[in-house]
Design a protein around this ligand. Structure first.
Ligand code: UD1
Ligand code: UDP
Length: 363
């Protein structure tokens, strides 16, 4: 019996790892142990509740306004005893958060094999996104198995000299997750509030964007003031710094609703109903092409070039004027809108989790 431990800590890791856990649990030759660091609390629990996953361990590390030192030190300390006690054959981590990197580091110290799900994404700019670019490169050095979502990600790993026998192109497990979430005839009071208006969905949370957030929001607000047929819904990340700026900039606009983070089923269905999406999120850049929703990405770089090539994503940076112009253009220019609103899925066929688990079983 092979012992596989799945360790994650934030909302996006949970959304993309729950389908892998479902698949692991189907295999009789595998003992699956789920451990969460609790880097996120409410936002993580929302996902665990939806997928009905009860972790064996929860390190409960989250603190209000935690910094990178708080997260790193606490995870490393609390994970040590658990890893020694469980001594798994493989630990699976996901993506690029501090939970991901610190877990891989702990495994390295204990000489435990690491499988990296969503491996090989790169901007090659260590400060954009920060600290995610370092985290995924760091995990890439440690990992034994690299589960790359696309061939482009595989090429990055090959360029870095990883052994081709340890790299597997599997698709992205987020597409597996979408199979569980998007439903017909979805309705919600916020969707009813939007009515016949065009619905814009906004998310913004990146650490390196927080100092520009006020300008970003001002650019968006100027457009809302000009387009009376547009309503914007902003499910705000629970980071108190972000919530305060959002309230300041948007609080008095009656065509903007600032709401709490949505559970993933509701959020995916909001995406499916949206006219367009404004975001700095990574995961949303992968989901939107499948749903045929134009996305203006409020970042200077992306490690998800597949969606840009597919035409669904456009990088618009973080400057107020550029955001104002790009957002306004997309609302006004129907030809550009139609060109972006194509449903193309560069991230696989929805069976990435099965491929990952097959590989683990056969190794
Ligand atoms: C983290 C990841 C980022 C990922 C994002 C997904 C790192 C360094 N950052 O960033 O890569 O894109 O998650 O959302 O790993 N909070 C709550 N409740 C929650 C979650 C957060 O109150 O359920 C608040 C806390 O005050 C916390 C703060 O948000 O201190 C920031 O959370 P943190 O995990 O440090 O950073 P994120 O910006 O969420
Ligand atoms: N998401 C969600 N509820 C929300 C906002 C986002 O479930 O209110 C989902 C979204 O569909 C995507 C993931 O959360 O799957 C993205 O997470 P986030 O933006 O926090 O992190 P990133 O992907 O940037 O690391």
């Amino acid at each position: 019996m092979k012992k596989v431990m799945v360790i994650f800590g934030t909302r996006p890791e949970a959304i993309k790892m729950c389908p892998v856990i479902y698949e692991l649990r189907k295999r009789s030759e595998i003992e699956t142990i789920v451990c969460v660091t609790g880097q996120h609390k409410e936002m993580l629990n929302q996902v665990l509740d939806i997928f009905k996953i009860v972790p064996k361990y929860n390190l409960s590390i989250m603190q209000d306004k935690q910094d990178l030192f708080d997260i790193s030190i606490t995870i490393l300390q609390r994970l040590r005893e658990i890893l020694i006690q469980e001594n798994p054959d493989v630990v699976l981590v996901h993506g690029d958060t501090s939970t991901t990197f610190i877990t891989a580091l702990a495994c390295y110290y204990l000489k435990i094999k690491v499988g990296h799900v969503e491996a090989g994404l790169r901007t090659y700019d260590l400060y954009s996104p920060f600290p995610e670019e370092f985290n995924r490169q760091g995990v890439g050095i440690i990992a034994k198995y690299h589960f790359a979502p696309t061939d482009e990600a595989r090429q990055n790993l090959l360029k870095e000299g990883k052994d081709e026998n340890d790299i597997f192109v599997t698709g992205n497990t987020v597409i597996d997750a979408l199979k569980y979430t998007v439903i017909d005839n979805f309705t919600h009071p916020e969707i009813e509030w939007v009515g016949d208006s065009r619905m814009v969905l906004l998310t913004a949370h990146r650490r390196e964007n927080i100092s520009s957030l006020q300008k970003i929001f001002k650019g968006i607000r100027r457009v809302l003031d000009e387009f009376e047929d547009v309503k914007l819904i902003y499910p705000v990340h629970l980071n108190p710094v972000i919530r305060e700026i959002a309230r300041e900039e948007f609080g008095d606009c009656n065509r903007i609703h600032i709401i709490d983070p949505l559970d993933v089923v509701t959020f995916h269905n909001f995406m499916a109903k949206a006219y367009l999406i404004l975001t700095d999120s990574g995961g949303i850049q992968e989901e939107a092409p499948s749903l045929g929703k134009p996305v203006l990405v409020m970042r200077d770089t992306t490690e998800r070039p597949e969606g840009v090539k597919a035409g669904t994503l456009k990088l618009i940076g973080t400057q107020e004027n550029k955001i104002y112009e790009s957002f306004k253009n997309l609302l006004s220019d129907e030809t550009e809108y139609i060109a972006m609103a194509k449903s193309i899925n560069p991230y696989g066929d929805g069976v990435a989790s099965k491929r990952i688990v097959d590989i683990i079983c056969n190794r």
